[in-house]
Design a protein around this ligand. Structure first.
Ligand SMILES: [Zn+2]
Length: 276
């Protein structure tokens, strides 16, 4: 059986949603957070152990009498929760026999090594998709997003409610928002005297919006004199405008930005609203 990426993603997401329903029914409510340790027993995973794993986030170990997940004890609890859910994604992949299908369908090349690597990357993406659905089930997340509103100030609350990282929460907002929304992440540009923020990634507007357009920020550097840079320096939400390219056009779009984290790991998240 050969499946393309879209088919595989929808299969694993569907299985993840079944697990969510099973958990909600079992505990009698659908309120977040959704934790990996609640899902583990539903798949015969005996326990989750915290361990010294060095660079590795988590591993799924197959034992004769049931599986065990080991998770990196040095990571924060939101990251541990996601890493374990990702490993649960691996358990789902093997349960659905998707591992080989992915490799065969998507990556027919003459270079077997490249094919194996591309297959591995795809499997990781599928596990991330499963983890997102398990921990931030779309229906539940949407309900809370509607309640709080699509705004830069809602990110921290939603991340807290779902025990998720700030960046995964921002990505999901951009993907699920009914109003077109783009999430951007900026980090300090390293190694130069003139301080500036550099765009690390941008996501959105959401997959579900009909006729979705691809907005590209015109400037991927925000200098220390810019309004956006103020979000790096203080903790308040900062509003400004940025230029985005859409096909041949350039549009001035309102964006809201906020700084998160401290010291070397500090970053700025922006939400841009092309419809406003
Ligand atoms: Zn993995």
């Amino acid at each position: 059986m050969a499946l393309n990426l879209e088919e595989s993603t929808s299969l694993i997401a569907k299985r993840a949603r079944q697990l969510v329903s099973q958990l909600v029914e079992q505990r009698g409510h659908g309120r977040p957070p959704f934790l990996s340790e609640e899902y583990a027993p539903l798949l015969g995973i005996k326990r989750i152990e915290k361990a010294d794993l060095g660079e590795i986030s988590a591993i799924l170990i197959k034992l004769r009498d049931g599986d065990v997940i080991r998770v990196n004890q040095d990571h924060n609890s939101a990251r541990q929760n996601f890493s374990c859910a990702h490993e649960i994604g691996h358990a789902l992949l093997s349960e659905l026999n998707l591992e080989l299908c992915v490799e065969e369908a998507e990556f027919r090349t003459f270079n077997p090594q490249a094919q194996a690597m591309a297959g591995a990357r795809t499997r990781e993406r599928l596990c991330d998709a499963a983890a997102t659905e398990l921990l931030m089930p779309e229906i539940v997340f949407n309900k809370y997003l509607l309640g709080l509103g699509v705004s830069i100030s809602s990110i921290a609350s939603l991340a807290n409610i779902f025990r998720e990282s700030i960046s995964s929460t921002a990505i999901l907002i951009a993907e699920l928002s009914a109003e077109p929304c783009i999430a951007l992440l900026w980090r300090l540009r390293p190694g130069t005297r003139s301080k500036a923020l550099r765009l690390a990634w941008h996501v959105g507007p959401g997959k579900k919006l009909k006729g979705k357009a691809d907005y590209m920020p015109v400037h991927t550097l925000a200098r220390s004199t810019s309004t956006l840079y103020k979000a790096y320096q203080c903790d308040n939400p900062i509003k400004c405008h940025k230029l985005f390219r859409l096909d041949a056009d350039v549009k001035r779009i309102p964006i809201e930005s906020k700084g998160f984290g401290h010291g070397e790991v500090r970053y700025v998240i922006s939400l841009a609203f092309p419809g406003r």
